[in-house]
Design a protein around this ligand. Structure first.
Ligand SMILES: Cc1cc2nc3c(=O)[nH]c(=O)nc-3n(C[C@H](O)[C@H](O)[C@H](O)COP(=O)(O)O)c2cc1C
Length: 187
């Protein structure tokens, strides 16, 4: 069975809600999500350490990265994970796997695409294949309201719940990744 890792950090549950919804989209496509939440407690002296995670990531077919946007980039907790992927980079363990990303910020123009650009750079360092959303709204209503092609962006004015459109975009990404891995593209 196709397995897709979702590796993310979330403090206040918004990124977590997107991760959960992406996992539902993966399930709906008849594939297995491997969901892993990075927490601050996993980081000691600035270093994220979990050798078992990196062993597991060798086996999955794709990795989807997620983090809140903090000061125009991914949160430090996510960055600690990314830095800890350096040994996997040395041996190019993730080469040829698909990658994608999602993020949340307070403001509609809160620099969320910068976070996605960082994820894309991380994926490129690992020689992964970036899965964009393209024009994800073709034939599908009420998704990707920001029109961001790099991945899923959401915003949470006044710390409110995520909009239905943001959640549907996350669900779409999960399904989209499964379709990409099966080589069956949405029209
Ligand atoms: C240190 C810090 C920096 C932040 N920087 C940004 C930012 O650059 N742009 C933005 O739109 N929101 C920013 N936010 C808001 C968070 O992205 C927002 O609260 C998000 O929902 C947090 O995700 P979470 O609920 O998964 O923890 C920042 C929040 C914190 C705590």
């Amino acid at each position: 069975m196709i397995s897709i890792a979702i590796i993310y950090h979330s403090e206040d549950e918004h990124t977590h809600a997107l991760a959960t919804t992406i996992a539902e989209g993966i399930h709906a496509g008849d594939a297995e999500p491997v969901v892993y939440r990075i927490t601050s407690e996993m980081i000691e002296n600035g270093r994220f350490i979990d050798d078992k995670l990196f062993e597991k990531l060798k086996e999955v077919d794709a990795i989807i990265f997620g983090a809140p946007t903090y000061m125009g980039g991914p949160s430090a907790q996510f960055k600690a994970f990314a830095d800890a992927s350096s040994p996997s980079w040395e041996t190019q363990d993730w080469r040829g796997k698909y990658a994608a990303g999602f993020t949340v910020g307070t403001y509609p123009g809160g620099d969320q695409p910068q976070t996605l650009q960082y994820f894309q750079t991380l994926a490129s360092q690992h020689d992964m294949l970036w899965l964009s959303l393209g024009r994800a709204n073709i034939g599908v209503e009420n998704i990707n309201p920001s029109g961001t092609s790099l991945g899923v962006t959401a915003h949470t004015p006044d710390d409110a719940q995520l909009s239905e459109a943001c959640l549907q975009t996350a669900f779409y990404l999960g399904q989209h990744m499964v379709r990409a891995l099966k080589g069956v593209w949405h029209t």
